[in-house]
Design a protein around this ligand. Structure first.
Ligand SMILES: Nc1ncnc2c1ncn2[C@@H]1O[C@H](COP(=O)(O)OP(=O)(O)OP(=O)(O)O)[C@@H](O)[C@H]1O
Ligand SMILES: [Mg+2]
Length: 242
């Protein structure tokens, strides 16, 4: 049994089947990339994993335990953290307070939560921003703050939704370094991303989906050269540049 087993997950919105029978096994310690065109169901699959949108059929098993019927916050407590495609800072709170809100998942006192948050901010190289209001952060640091907040919940598996979107090339390099550093601590990462340099550069394996279904699964170089992936998503221009 894999660390995270996604078995035939289906999620519908009215007549639209956003996730249509995805099956995926992720090994502990891996960075797994999930790619596909806009609207192909990537974020919905994340929302299924943490039961924000419970699957209509199929099952998700984390460390041998089915997540069926478990609430999102309990799933976080089981060790699955996440960030959001559209960043969700507590805008009028400081960066430190934002990260502390994550730390309170496991810490019962203010001091313990503050220490955990400071450790997490240091890990994400964001200590210098700790007293700023979250709303005043530039986008790259807002994304780092979200990662820091999810790390403060002490996850074992981290779902990262478009960490590199909106970042400049230097910031993308920084984000790649950060994700590798997270992996080095033993945390497994599932990464949704459109920035190919990022996802091809950090993933051990990648799955490409379209219309909620798998097109291909494999190593980054296999995916980059896969005819169906090129046709549905990457395009001929990308393939020529390989
Ligand atoms: N809450 C919802 N209600 C209705 N339809 C939804 C909802 N959430 C997602 N969808 C639809 O499900 C499909 C998959 O959306 P999803 O956000 O998972 O795509 P995505 O692969 O993350 O796309 P992107 O790359 O643009 O972020 C889309 O057609 C979307 O409009
Ligand atoms: Mg999305």
């Amino acid at each position: 049994m894999a660390y995270l087993d996604i078995n035939g997950v289906v999620r519908k919105f009215g007549g639209l089947t956003a996730v249509n029978g995805i099956t995926l096994a992720i090994e502990k310690g891996a960075i797994f990339g999930l790619i596909g065109p806009n609207g192909s169901g990537k974020t919905t699959l994340f929302n299924c994993i943490n039961n924000y949108y419970p699957p209509h059929s199929g099952d998700i098993v984390f460390k041998g335990k089915s997540l069926k019927g478990i609430s999102s916050h309990e799933i976080c407590k089981l060790g699955i953290g996440r960030t959001f495609q559209i960043v969700k800072p507590l805008r009028r709170m400081t960066v430190l307070d934002n990260v502390m809100s994550g730390a309170f998942l496991r810490k019962n006192s203010l001091n313990e939560a503050r220490d955990k948050a400071l450790e997490s901010l240091d890990f994400c190289e964001l200590t210098h921003r700790k007293d700023m209001l979250a709303k005043d952060l530039p986008i790259a640091d807002k994304k780092r703050m979200e990662i820091s907040r999810s790390l403060a919940t002490e996850p074992e598996l981290l779902l990262l939704d478009e960490t590199a979107a909106g970042l400049n090339p230097r910031e993308i390099d920084g984000a790649m370094k950060l994700i590798r550093k997270i992996q080095d601590t033993g945390i497994t990462c599932l990464v949704v991303e459109h920035v190919m340099k990022f996802v091809m550069g950090i993933s051990d394996r990648i799955m490409c989906i379209n219309f909620g279904r798998e097109i291909a699964k494999g190593k980054p170089e296999e995916i980059a050269n896969h005819p169906e992936v090129i046709k549905a998503y990457l395009g001929e221009e990308y393939a020529k540049g390989q």
